[in-house]
Unconditional design. Structure first.
Length: 492
């Protein structure tokens, strides 16, 4: 027999004294036995099953009228041609409703010929991904791998099988999978993962129970007072006196896994940004955050447009954050000696403090204007580590027509020692780089740049422009720009 699990049957023919021959395979007078049931098993009807490699003998005994006749058949179960390592996979206890880390299963061609792998599948509460199809056919001595995960749907022992159909075995190779599901609270994520006392933290997971009851949440041992509770989500502020360490949910006296939370303010840092330009006549302009957003951060929106009539009516986003004007709108007449459609350029900076979390590409900012316009740009940026209550320190703005290659916001004196300076321009010349001390974050025709300062003082923002090229028809070597800068307070 060539495959573990392979089944075949004995056919017994008996020749009687009168010369007749009869098939007695199904006779109740026939009994069967295996000399080694760990190698080959045999049932009452003569059905044989290969159990493990080795040699054995199966005997069939026909008994009638006090006389018995026995026939013995040697059976050889061959070594597996496809070897699984390990031979079985055992998972540790796993919380119901969650998925384990993967365990790797190695499948090796132990034959002397190439072997095609037709399929690998898992059943029960187990799943797998593999490279066996891509690696097939396997040359002698080569392997492919399957990564197996365990996601218990109920408490208690859980079993399953990995089945591998291949060209070398009549019966698919079967690898045993076992694990145990346990109903325990389990934390999958914290949002945010850093914050001072009072920060609202969303704890996502499973098996928390529909209501809090006597269940608890602790931040490195300090008890918190949750504001909402469900089986999969808890919201709790960081308790006063908490220190950096694990957040733990305890339900019915059973503690969850611990997930680290850092008590304190996150560093002031640029997180992500995006921009969009509108060149068709409409009343809205949009831009989307492509990465996930973290609760408690600050969003900045810079809106620039070329038209004399429309103004910004509202700035909103998908997540319902509230936007406030930080500076502007700043407006200047474009080419005052000439007459063009849309003879003004305008720019304004808005912000939303203490934002809510959002999934990747799950938050789109929409700027709505009071009237349709033909040209507008929207730049959006997310920052961490800024004051969640009163983030704006000071701001400054300037506009000019110029014959040089620098845009400048003018100077302003900060009142807070640790500020983030965010600057943006709008120009017909085109911006080519950030000013001294600043880092470019978004740069297309216009720029969004920033700088962190750690002392009060007089600060300004500049940006490098393309040389003037006479964008204003009939006015040689002259360009127009608006430059704004807002100083945002770091969290303390």
């Amino acid at each position: 027999m060539e495959s573990l699990g392979e089944q075949t049957g004995l056919v017994i023919l008996a020749t009687f004294s009168d010369g007749s021959v009869a098939d007695v395979t199904e006779s109740t007078l026939l009994s069967h036995v295996s000399s080694n049931s760990s190698v080959v098993g045999i049932d009452a009807r003569g059905g044989m099953t290969a159990v493990s490699p080795g040699s054995a003998a199966v005997s069939a005994t026909y008994t009638q009228g006090g006389q018995s006749l026995q026939v013995t058949v040697p059976v050889q179960v061959l070594n597996p041609l496809l070897i699984a390592s390990p031979s079985s996979v055992v998972f540790p206890a796993q919380a119901t409703g969650t998925s384990s880390a993967s365990q790797q299963l190695n499948l090796k061609n132990a034959s002397t010929a190439t072997m095609s792998i037709f399929g690998v599948s898992a059943n029960g509460d187990f799943a797998e991904t593999d490279n066996c199809g891509a690696s097939s056919p396997l040359a002698p001595g080569t392997s492919c791998t399957a990564n197996v995960t365990f996601s218990p749907t109920a408490a208690g022992p859980r079993t399953g099988t990995i089945s591998v159909t291949n060209s070398a075995n009549t019966v698919p190779v079967a690898i045993s999978l076992t694990g145990a599901g346990v109903v325990v609270p389990y934390i999958t994520s914290l949002s945010p993962g850093t914050g001072p006392a009072g920060t609202s933290v969303t704890i996502a997971g499973v098996n928390f129970g529909g209501t809090q009851g006597t269940s608890t949440v602790t931040f490195n041992g300090a008890p918190a007072t949750p504001t909402s509770w469900s089986a999969t989500s808890i919201v709790a502020p960081v308790p006063g006196g908490a220190t950096t360490g694990n957040v733990v949910v305890t339900v019915g006296g059973v503690a969850s896994n611990g997930v680290s939370f850092t008590v304190g303010n996150p560093p002031v840092a640029y997180v992500q940004g995006n921009s969009a330009a509108q060149s068709t006549i409409q009343t809205t302009a949009t831009a989307t955050y492509t990465a996930a957003q973290t609760a408690g951060n600050l969003d900045v929106v810079v809106v620039g447009w070329w038209d004399s009539t429309p103004r910004v009516q509202s700035v909103t986003d998908t997540k319902g954050n509230t936007y406030t004007l930080a500076t502007g709108p700043t407006t200047q007449t474009y080419c005052p000696s000439k007459t063009y459609p849309g003879t003004t350029q305008t720019q304004a900076v808005y912000y939303a403090k203490n934002i809510g979390s959002a999934a990747a590409s799950g938050n789109t900012v929409t700027v709505t204007f009071t009237a349709a316009l033909g040209s507008a740009t929207v730049r959006i940026a997310e920052y961490s580590g800024l004051d969640a209550v009163n983030p704006v320190d000071v701001s400054v703005a300037a506009f000019a027509s110029t014959t040089n290659t620098t845009a400048s916001s003018g100077s302003v004196t900060t009142t807070n020692a640790h500020d983030l300076l965010i600057a943006a321009d709008l120009t017909d010349a085109g911006t080519i780089g950030a000013g001294a001390g600043y880092t470019s974050r978004i740069l297309n025709t216009d720029i969004l740049e920033d700088e962190i300062v750690t002392a009060t003082g007089s600060y300004s923002a500049t940006a490098a422009l393309n040389p003037p090229s006479g964008g204003c028809i009939g006015v040689a070597n002259q360009s127009y720009y608006i430059m704004q800068m807002v100083a945002f307070r770091a969290a303390h």
